[in-house]
Design a binder for this molecule. Structure first.
Ligand code: C5J
Length: 228
């Protein structure tokens, strides 16, 4: 069994097929100018260093036919799945559903809601559309993971303290063993990213483990390959 040199302690990988790479919301809406992230006043370029790191992880998992899950945050065109509180929140220049330079802001199927081209899903990978910050809220993610016998989740994506951390906490409460890949996640606020990493692994790993992508890749490369 391969082991990741993680913090606060070693993270033991189960057999291939029982762990998945979960890539949260690497969407144009968060990473490119003209989307939801920028409309909220954020500097979207801050998230981009995570793209090559996630690309490398995807390539390692794809080469070994290991499970990959992508999530996308977005709403139905009629906004029936968007709580009024979410619609009203913030001082956004453009609100959810408004027309923007990449189509309607944070609406499923619009060009701006797509995953960035560098990380586009390939056939066979699970893509979960979610209306909230957590990927287990009003989705069938848990059912899909249990059906596949997946017990361990390795998290990448954006933003660290919002959708990544929320999903990791939801997963932890459901009994999944969770690891956050430190350089495969980014925040518009570097101090929030650092705080998240520290709070996840505090108290003996109260939410889970953290490790670098090199440590994850090293351990995954020791394993033979997954169920196809
Ligand atoms: C946010 C996300 N930050 N994917 N969404 O609204 O973290």
């Amino acid at each position: 069994m391969a082991s990741i040199a993680a913090k606060p302690s070693a993270f033991e990988l189960p057999p291939p097929g029982a762990y998945a790479l979960v890539v949260i919301d690497m969407q144009r809406d968060f990473l490119e100018p003209g989307g939801f992230g920028e409309a909220l006043g954020n500097q979207v370029a801050r998230l981009r260093p995570s793209i090559p790191v996630v690309a490398k992880l995807l390539s390692v998992f794809r080469d070994r036919h290991l499970p990959i899950v992508h999530t996308v945050e977005g709403h139905r065109p009629d906004l029936t799945d968007c709580p009024p509180s979410k619609l009203a929140r913030g001082q956004a220049r453009l609100r959810i559903g408004d027309p923007g330079p990449m189509g309607r802001i944070l609406i499923l199927g619009e060009p701006g809601n797509a995953i960035v081209p560098e990380l586009a899903p390939v056939p066979g990978e699970l893509v979960i559309a979610k209306p909230g910050k957590g990927a287990f809220c009003r989705t069938d993610l848990e059912t899909m993971l249990r059906k596949r016998g997946i017990t361990h989740l390795l998290f990448a994506g954006v933003t660290t303290e919002v959708c990544v951390q929320t999903t990791m906490r939801e997963a932890n409460d459901r009994g999944f063993e969770c690891l956050l890949i430190e350089d495969a996640t980014e925040s518009y606020f570097p101090e929030f990213k650092q705080a998240t990493i520290e709070m996840v692994r505090a108290q003996g790993g109260i939410v889970g483990w953290t490790a670098t992508s090199d440590e994850v890749v090293g351990a995954v490369e020791e394993t033979k390959g997954g169920r196809s």
